[in-house]
Ligand binder design. Structure first.
Ligand SMILES: [Zn+2]
Length: 92
């Protein structure tokens, strides 16, 4: 039997627990806070086109938007509004 430990962030496998912990701690620098994100929009952008994150080691890293993975969630109050019901009747 073999026990394998996986890095929570990249999935790399380790036979040694301490090596895995060290890798997670030292090889991946996390944002200091996800709450303190500087975000930048342009006039056409619904979502920030780039954000700055301050990392635990003090570095500030810029991330750019590449795509929207999942569109916004539908508002359930919109779906059942009389206006939408009337539109659905027209299309049916
Ligand atoms: Zn990793």
């Amino acid at each position: 039997m073999r026990t394998v430990y996986y890095c929570d962030m990249c999935g790399r496998s380790f036979d040694n627990y301490q090596e895995c912990l060290k890798h997670e701690k030292d090889d991946h620098i996390k944002p200091r806070s996800y709450a303190e994100i500087e975000s930048f929009f342009d006039s056409e952008a619904r979502y920030p086109i780039y954000i700055y994150l301050t990392m635990t080691d003090g570095a500030v890293v810029e991330y750019n938007i590449t795509s929207i993975i999942h569109g916004r969630e539908e508002d359930p109050t919109e779906k059942n509004s009389p206006e939408n019901e009337a539109q659905n009747m027209v299309h049916n």
